[in-house]
Design a protein around this ligand. Structure first.
Ligand code: NAD
Length: 422
């Protein structure tokens, strides 16, 4: 199932639950604007390559468009549209004054040199410069885009405007207007939600096993938070491999992070310069990792990981979605029937965009907060909106995703109606 199809099924289900005004529903089914373009890049060997780029602005009823840029070989318009729609729901679900957007480039950034990556990023900024800006649309990092890439985009946009515009993107390095805490914000927000789940289900973290798919910004920071809180991390994967613990003690996040940073792969069994206990781990496939018996499965890679094909074999009790769209809408139904609690992306990973919002506020005010202030404000937003969504879930005996969507849709409908659009 294509990501956009899943996304629109989720929309319909929640719209039915709250009897959403049909005109509002029709508006939310379509993006406001799609910009599709090509980016010519001079490669280091003198040849020219043309990359496909996208920016989809879904809805801005609640504020400027907001959403990351993905550099991935499989990025395409359907994926960017779905991600852009989910951003609209997410910003409304946590009550921050933004609409939703997303961008992408079909590229494998791992094979580009730094110079090529910089030229591609600046090319992207030039292609979208008329439609982005602090009051219009504010991009941020997503899969395989980094604070450095955000700094290049900010620099290119600032040259175009003729003055410094830090608020045009978020997720920047601290030195050029980034926020304290933005680097770990997605995982930190997800961890606050995990703490609420643990409280609701009366689980003891120290007796709880965790499997994490994806070991990038979202996944490895989450591994670190879980490790420090005493959870037992029994499985981890990245795009190249998956490892499973054989000792019963779980992985030490520091060891895995060190290896990932050094080798670019979570391959503890092949480490040479770093001491590690290779005999205690086994390699499995990513597909097997998802089916591992565990208490909590954290999805922090890409869309469509749990689908109708493997949902029957999922043994986790709770699924926490740090990735966007990792569970198809068909699989969602089955998980609900099986009594597996899915904590949806549009809430679980909203810490990233929430601290992006804080970064933008700080840029506009040119006044910067401490990390403690950032996390206090983040926690309040995550916890309060979780509580509201949980209440909707309980009252309607529905799944948590539909409840979070319902919360978001009520807010979107109010904004669309207040503007007099319908
Ligand atoms: P990242 O580029 O930092 O890391 C991506 C990770 O996923 C890498 O470890 C990569 O090896 C792994 N991966 C890729 N394909 C995989 C596969 N098939 N199986 C297992 N692992 C695979 O990206 P990120 O920022 O951590 O993003 C991960 C997910 O979280 C995405 O869905 C993204 O949209 C979502 N997300 C990220 C943020 C953020 O602030 N970074 C915010 C909200 C949502």
């Amino acid at each position: 199932m294509l990501p956009l199809e899943s996304a629109l099924n989720q929309l319909k289900k929640a719209a039915d639950l709250i009897k959403l005004d049909t005109n509002v529903l029709e508006i939310l089914k379509k993006p406001n604007r799609i910009l599709q373009f090509s980016i010519p890049v001079r490669m280091d060997n003198g040849t020219m390559k043309i990359f496909d780029g996208y920016r989809v602005q879904w809805n801005n009823a609640r504020g400027p468009y907001k959403g990351g840029i993905r550099f991935h070989p499989k990025a395409d318009l359907n994926e960017v549209e779905a991600l852009s729609f989910w951003m609209t729901i997410k910003c409304a679900a946590v009550g921050i004054p933004y609409g939703g957007a997303k961008g992408g480039v079909t590229v494998d950034p791992k094979v580009l040199s730094q110079g090529e990556l910089e030229r591609l990023s600046r090319g992207y900024a030039n292609a979208v410069r008329e439609i982005i800006g602090p009051e219009k649309d504010i991009p941020a990092p997503d899969v395989y885009t980094t604070p450095q890439i955000m700094a290049w985009i900010m620099d290119e946009y600032s040259k175009f405007k003729g003055y410094n515009v830090p608020g045009v993107v978020t997720g920047k390095p601290i030195e050029v207007g980034g926020s304290q805490g933005r680097g770990v914000a997605t995982a930190q927000g997800g961890f606050y939600i995990l703490e609420k789940i643990v409280e609701k289900l009366n689980i003891d973290p120290k007796k709880t096993s965790v499997v994490i798919q994806g070991f990038g910004n979202a996944g490895y920071n989450m591994a670190d938070f879980c490790f420090h809180a005493g959870y037992k991390i029994i499985g981890i994967s990245d795009s190249k491999t998956a490892i499973i613990d054989k000792t019963g003690n779980g992985f030490d996040s520091h060891e895995i992070i060190k290896i990932k940073e050094k080798k670019g792969i979570v391959d503890v069994c092949e480490c040479q310069e770093i001491q590690c206990s290779c005999q205690n781990h086994a390699h499995i496939t990513n597909e097997e990792l998802l089916k591992t018996e565990c208490d909590i499965l954290i999805l922090a890679a890409l869309e469509n990981q749990i689908t109708k094909d493997n949902v029957g074999e999922i043994k986790a009790k709770v699924i926490l979605e740090l990735a966007n769209g990792p569970t198809s809408s068909e699989a969602d139904e089955k998980l609900f029937e099986k009594g597996i609690l899915v904590v949806p992306d549009v809430l679980a990973n909203a810490g990233g965009v929430t601290v992006s919002y804080f970064e933008w506020v700080q840029n506009l005010a040119n006044y910067y907060w401490t990390e403690v202030e950032v996390f206090q404000k983040l926690k309040k937003i995550m916890v309060e909106n979780f509580d509201e969504a949980w209440k909707i879930k309980e009252e309607n005996k529905t799944d948590l995703r539909t409840a979070v969507f319902a919360l978001a849709l009520e807010r979107l409908a109010l904004a669309i109606k207040a503007r007099g659009v319908v």
